[in-house]
Design a protein around this ligand. Structure first.
Ligand code: ADP
Length: 449
């Protein structure tokens, strides 16, 4: 599968999962909010109904004298009362406004029933087709013909002689509550898809952002593998060509055989150096390379490197010098001597390689603000400002032919940078084309230094 497609697919999947999970969370939250609001409203309504019913009960009960019979005084207590006996057509003139204004507001109905459940009187709302119940359950819910729901409470009534009179049912229309809840449900149901669209868009963007560094490092690895394969192919092809041409010859003189073997050895050496460098870089990337930190004297290190590379400098006709005079006393860092040696070697070898005959390379030490500075200055070919940004990239060579001829693979500087970074240090370059370059290694100095 095309790698781009794989990343695209993964991005879709990530965004999809995110949308799914967020959808679930939002739905649960929406449901919880709905339930909480419904519950709170319902509780408030129950309390109100209970208090209206209680007040009515307490005002009616002392006026009742005979079971199932409604006294005139009782009738006056309820506004708009109609008696079942009269088919509920005789509306009693209500001279006295009832204390419970709610009955007036048209949200409530009151029913008085005798002990057998027969309707005695009605007041307040008279919902059409409301199921008449004689059940004495405390709380009930009924629906009228229009589908409006009513919440009803039933309380038993007693006469003044404490005989059972019947009971009072007070109901309240749930129309307002149901409407409010329906609007809330509508908002939540409409809000969820809108929220999901927003979540979908943002999760697509976020998934893209999250994948960006992975994609970049994947591309780098791909590039690295391709470059490494390319670098390995060159000496391998040379070995193959040397072997083939030797095999084609009928007879090989001893000198020819030696020459062939020398070529093979050179290419083989190049191959193993390359593999060593690749391994080192990959270990440094994985941070599995053990760093043996020890108190390391940079003055000694610089002397060792210049001594070791003196022969190379002489062979290249380059004047290699070390200058420790800038520091009064030895500079110490906490570092891996072997790796720091490698770092310096890479930089000094480069300086020698890219410096023409008769010119010079100077390695000097300096300390500034608890940082040790190693300068490798040459009067060589120099590097343009544009290329200075690229030379630390893996396999990058300014002039690949020249570099390859001198055995360079474009890994020397990346390895040096990796070593410096592992020591919490850095490498900088200052250069002018045709004038020379100065590479500066900065390393934190040892505490006791
Ligand atoms: P190489 O193995 O090719 O030397 P490096 O990573 O060490 O690879 O260097 C990368 C490139 O940087 C080199 O190809 C060379 O062009 C440039 N370079 C490095 N050091 C110097 C220097 N002292 N002077 C001029 N160019 C340099």
């Amino acid at each position: 599968m095309n790698q781009n497609k794989l990343f695209q697919l993964t991005r879709w999947r990530l965004a999809g999962w995110y949308v799914g999970i967020m959808g679930l969370i939002l739905s649960l939250c929406g449901f919880a909010v709905y339930r909480a609001i419904a519950h709170a409203n319902w509780n408030a309504l129950d309390r109100e109904l209970e208090s209206v019913a209680g007040t009515l009960h307490d005002s009616i009960e002392p006026t009742l004298k005979q079971p199932g019979r409604l006294e005139a005084i009782t009738q006056k207590l309820l506004p708009d009362i109609c008696l079942a006996l009269n088919g509920c057509v005789t509306q009693l003139e209500n001279t006295q406004r009832h204390a419970i204004g709610a009955i007036h507001q048209g949200d409530y109905y009151v029913r008085l029933l005798d002990r057998s459940g027969r309707l005695i009187a009605l007041a307040g709302l008279q919902p059409e087709g409301l199921y008449q119940t004689s059940k004495r359950e405390l709380w009930q819910i009924h629906k009228d013909r229009q589908g409006t729901r009513y919440h009803q409470i039933s309380l038993s009534l007693h006469t003044q002689d404490n005989l059972s009179w019947g009971y009072i049912q007070v109901g309240r229309s749930l129309k307002d509550l149901d409407n409010q809840l329906a609007v809330l449900k509508f908002i939540l149901l409409l809000g969820l898809p809108v929220a999901m669209i927003l979540v979908g868009g943002s999760s697509w963007l976020l998934a893209g952002l999250a994948m960006q560094p992975i994609y970049q490092s994947y591309r780098q690895i791909q590039q690295f593998t391709a470059d490494a394969a390319h670098e390995l192919r060159t000496p391998l092809a040379a070995i193959q060509a040397t072997v083939e041409s030797s095999l084609r010859m009928n007879k090989l003189s001893e000198k020819e055989a030696r020459d062939t073997l020398k070529t093979l050895e050179r290419q083989n050496h190049r191959l193993s150096e390359l593999v060593k460098d690749l391994l080192l870089l990959s270990r440094m990337d994985q941070q599995v390379l053990p760093i043996k930190l020890r108190l390391t004297c940079l003055n000694d290190l610089v002397s060792d490197v210049t001594e070791e590379l003196a022969a190379l400098a002489i062979a290249s006709d380059v004047n290699l010098m070390a200058d420790n005079s800038n520091v009064g006393e030895p500079l110490y860092v906490n570092g891996d001597e072997e790796q720091l040696y490698r770092l310096l070697c890479n930089l000094v070898i480069n300086a020698i390689q890219y410096t023409p005959i008769g010119e010079e390379v100077m390695v000097s030490l300096e300390s500034s603000d608890r940082t040790a500075l190693i300068h490798i200055k040459d009067t060589g070919i120099g590097i343009t400002a544009q290329q200075q940004k690229l030379i630390f990239n893996r396999f990058y060579r300014v002039n690949s032919d020249r570099s390859r001829n001198s055995g360079g693979s474009g890994l020397g500087l990346p390895i040096a940078v990796a070593i410096a970074t592992a020591h919490n240090g850095s490498i900088h370059v200052e250069s002018k084309l045709g004038k020379g370059s100065t590479f500066t290694v900065k390393l934190p100095m040892h505490n006791s230094a």
